[in-house]
Design a protein around this ligand. Structure first.
Ligand code: PLP
Length: 256
C-alpha cells in the first residue's frame, strides 16, 4: 500500500525542521511525501534571521492544484506564520483526512514563527484537526495558562485541551523530567508515554519530525495511539543518532 502524506508548513533551508524535516520523516516512515509551503525562513542551526510568508492566494493555489489531483492519506500542518494563512489552511481542513496539527509558535532558538494575532485562529484549527501535538509552551498559550512544571499539571493541561474542543492531543513534556514524559489524550482519557531521555543539544526539528511520523504511520495502525507510540520510537532513534550526524555549528538536526 502506498501512503501519500502532505505537509503544509514552512521551509527551513538548513534541512533540520519544517518541510525538509517532514519530507525526510515521511520517507523514513514509508510514505510518499508532498508539501505545500506556507512560509520561507532564512535559517540555519544557529537561528532564524528572516520569515517571508507566502501570499495567501498562492497557498490556496498550491492546495487547489494539488488536491484536484491527489487526495492525501495523511496531512501534517506545521508553521502557519500569519492569521490569514491559518484561516486559509483552515478552509481546507474538513476536506483532508488523517490531519495532524503541530501548533508551531516559537523556534527553540526563541524566534517567533507565528504572529501573535494568529493564535486565536490556530486555537480554532486545533478543534478541527484529528490530532494536535503541542509542546509545553504551546499548550500553555492555547489554554491561556502558565506552562506546566510537573507531570500532574501536564496531565491536567492535556485534559483541559479536550475542554477546548480538541479531539486528540499529544502534549510533549520534553525536558520536564528524566523520562521525557508525553501525555496522549482522547475521549478515553490521558495516557502517559514515558520515553528515554537522551542527552544531546541536537534536537532541531524534533517537533516537525514527530508530527510527520505520526501522520505517515497512522494509516498503518488501527488507531492513533499505536501510530503515536511507533512515531515516538522513530524519533528516539533519530535523536540518539543526532550527535553522529554533526551538521552545523549550532542547535543541530536529528538523524532520519
Ligand atoms: N523552522 C520551521 C520552518 C519550523 O516549522 C519549525 C518548527 O516547527 C522550526 C523552524 C523550529 O524548529 P526547532 O524549534 O526544533 O528548532
Amino acid at each position: 500500500m502506498t501512503v501519500t502524506a502532505l505537509s503544509i508548513a514552512g521551509s527551513d533551508p538548513s534541512g533540520g525542521a519544517g518541510i525538509q524535516a517532514d519530507l525526510k520523516s515521511f520517507s523514513a516512515n514509508g510514505a510518499y511525501g508532498m508539501c505545500v509551503i506556507t512560509a520561507l525562513t532564512a535559517q540555519s542551526t544557529l537561528g532564524v534571521t528572516g520569515v517571508h510568508a507566502v501570499p495567501v492566494d498562492f497557498v490556496r493555489a498550491q492546495l487547489d492544484t494539488l488536491l484536484d489531483d491527489i487526495a492525501p492519506d495523511a496531512t501534517k500542518i506545521g508553521m502557519l506564520a500569519t492569521a490569514g494563512l491559518a484561516r486559509a489552511v483552515g478552509d481546507y481542513l474538513p476536506r483532508l483526512t488523517g490531519t495532524v496539527l503541530d501548533p508551531v509558535m516559537v523556534a527553540t532558538s526563541g524566534d517567533a514563527l507565528l504572529d501573535e494575532d494568529a493564535v486565536d485562529e490556530v486555537r480554532r484549527l486545533c478543534t478541527v484537526a484529528e490530532l494536535i501535538t503541542p509542546n509545553l509552551p504551546e499548550t500553555a498559550v492555547l489554554l491561556g495558562a502558565d506552562p506546566a512544571t510537573g507531570i500532574d499539571e501536564l496531565v491536567d493541561q492535556a485534559r483541559a485541551l479536550r475542554g477546548l474542543g480538541v479531539r486528540r492531543a499529544l502534549v510533549k513534556g520534553g525536558h520536564l523530567d528524566e523520562e521525557a514524559t508525553d501525555v496522549y489524550v482522547d475521549e478515553d482519557g490521558p495516557v502517559l508515554l514515558r520515553g528515554r531521555r537522551i542527552d544531546t543539544g541536537n534536537t532541531h526539528g524534533t517537533g516537525c519530525t514527530l508530527s510527520s511520523a505520526i501522520a505517515a504511520l497512522r494509516p498503518r495502525h488501527d488507531g492513533w495511539l499505536g501510530a503515536v507510540r511507533a512515531a515516538k520510537a522513530y524519533l528516539n532513534d533519530a535523536i540518539a543518532a543526532a550527535d553522529a550526524l554533526g551538521v552545523g555549528h549550532g542547535h543541530g538536526p536529528v538523524h532520519h
